[in-house]
Design a protein around this ligand. Structure first.
Ligand code: SF4
Length: 187
């Protein structure tokens, strides 16, 4: 499937109950030739209203985190596991994650990233392993089908608990080293 068809079909999706309460499908943004993809769990209120992932305070913090390792939204792709906002920002249900997985899978097939960074526990449980423990395993690399996958604390969690920020800085630097080793673009 090409990007245009994928986006058109995704924006019209009604495969799960989240379509009933969404304002916008949050498809994803960034560079479609990116070698690094960041994945969050699902849109929050601001994302739902704007149709873009990671806006508002958490989005600003993510931009600051990217800047620390010479990245910005033009160099990476950012998407969520579920494309429509779960009400009251609850965790997406497994049934919703399963229903939505085809869209992100298709995006990743088109992008073919070398590195995937999960933002937060929920994305890590899906992309790394079901019993992923963010406090113990953030910053560690896992190989998933030849792709390097790591999880960071979610920016919203870092806003709630700034004491986690030094650890996240170390994790970001680990990502930067891997980009320099594995990616062909200049970072
Ligand atoms: S969350 Fe995903 S599967 Fe559910 S309606 Fe939105 S796009 Fe479709």
């Amino acid at each position: 499937m090409d990007w245009e068809t994928l986006q058109k079909e995704c924006l019209a999706c009604r495969r799960c109950q989240l379509c009933e309460t969404r304002h916008n499908v949050v498809f994803g943004v960034g560079n479609r030739q990116a070698e690094v993809v960041f994945i969050g769990e699902g849109p929050g209120e601001q994302e739902d209203l704007k149709g873009e992932p990671f806006v508002g305070r958490a989005g600003k913090l993510l931009d600051d985190m990217l800047e620390l390792i010479d990245l910005d939204r033009t160099k990476i792709y950012i998407a969520n596991m579920v494309k429509c906002r779960p009400p009251q920002n609850r965790d997406p249900l497994n049934t919703e994650q399963d229903a939505c997985a085809q869209w992100l899978s298709a995006q990743l097939e088109l992008i073919k990233p070398k590195i995937i960074v999960c933002l937060g526990r929920i994305a890590a449980m899906r992309f790394i392993k079901p019993d992923f423990k963010i406090t113990r395993e953030h910053g560690q690399w896992f190989d998933r089908g030849g792709v390097k996958v790591m999880a960071l604390y979610h920016p919203a969690a870092l806003l709630r608990d700034p004491r986690r920020r030094p650890e996240t800085f170390v994790d970001l630097k680990t990502i930067q080293s891997a980009m320099r080793e594995d990616c062909t673009h200049t970072y």
